[in-house]
Ligand binder design. Structure first.
Ligand SMILES: Nc1ncnc2c1ncn2[C@@H]1O[C@H](COP(=O)(O)OP(=O)(O)OP(=O)(O)O)[C@@H](O)[C@H]1O
Ligand SMILES: [Mg+2]
Length: 237
């Protein structure tokens, strides 16, 4: 469903992403592992449309999405979390999650006047869905608090709720466990994985720091890493 083909991103003379090829299918969780500066976030930025690739291609469900804008990639069903989450600090935790779903009717100015009942019904449904994902990540008790009260780890969990509420086809999580207490992160990530598998739908790609030095590695679904200096995606079913 997501295919990366010889993807390159150069910043001046420095190739932060250097010829990454791999594919990810439904129901799979892929780990992208590498030390600081290895190119994990840059690869996510390319996939999510925040950066344009220098060369290579990205296809999602058979459509070439290389070089599309971030909002277009999001509308195509790809949701990503940020390594450093920046929720709206004065908006409640619940409202931060409610802002995320795609294609809300109330976003269209005239619809608010022409179909207020539809907008209200949709908002109720979005609220329920947002509460469901806040419960899932363990933040339901803080739903009415402004997001500024959240710790770094709780902001990471809010990111997961924000990503999942948009019902994406593909999820990119940039270091979702960073700053979250290890047992808690393990438990929640395990639950996300089994939920993802149960739905047999949402592929998840998550980055993580490797303790070794060097460039990132991707162990592609096809097997071994292609080169020592390239990201390694490890798949789990
Ligand atoms: N916009 C940019 N302009 C120039 N260089 C950049 C830019 N973004 C990233 N880089 C460089 O590209 C390399 C890869 O950075 P990236 O942030 O993708 O690494 P990372 O694997 O996510 O690291 P970390 O584990 O610290 O999050 C680094 O050398 C970084 O300095
Ligand atoms: Mg990073």
């Amino acid at each position: 469903m997501l295919i990366l083909n010889d993807l390159v991103k150069a910043f001046g003379g420095h190739r932060a992403v250097d010829g990454v090829s791999c594919s990810m299918e439904r129901g799979r969780i892929t780990g992208l592992i590498g030390p600081n500066g290895a190119g994990k976030t840059t690869l996510f930025n390319l996939i999510a449309g925040a950066l344009k690739p220098t060369s290579g291609s990205i296809s999602l469900d058979g459509h070439d999405i290389s070089g599309r804008r971030a909002d277009q990639v999001f509308q195509a069903g790809l949701a990503r979390s940020f390594q450093i989450p920046r929720p709206f600090p004065e908006v409640t935790v619940l409202e931060n999650v409610m802002l995320a779903p795609r294609g809300q009717t109330g976003e269209t100015f005239w619809r608010n006047w022409l179909s207020p009942a539809l907008v209200a019904a949709q908002e109720r449904a979005v609220r329920e869905k947002a509460m469901h994902w806040l419960e899932f990540v363990g933040l339901a008790a803080l739903s009415g608090q402004p997001a500024r009260v959240l710790s770094g780890g709780q902001r990471k969990l809010l990111e997961i709720a924000r990503v999942m509420v948009s019902e994406p086809k593909l999820v990119l999580l940039d270091e979702p466990g960073a700053g979250v207490m290890a047992p808690c992160a393990r438990r929640r990530l395990k639950r996300s994985q089994s939920r993802s598998r149960a739905r047999a739908a949402v592929p998840v790609i998550a980055t993580s720091k490797a303790r070794t030095s060097g460039h990132p590695k991707v162990n592609g679904d096809q097997g071994e890493p292609r080169a020592a200096n390239q990201p390694t995606a490890e798949s789990a079913m």
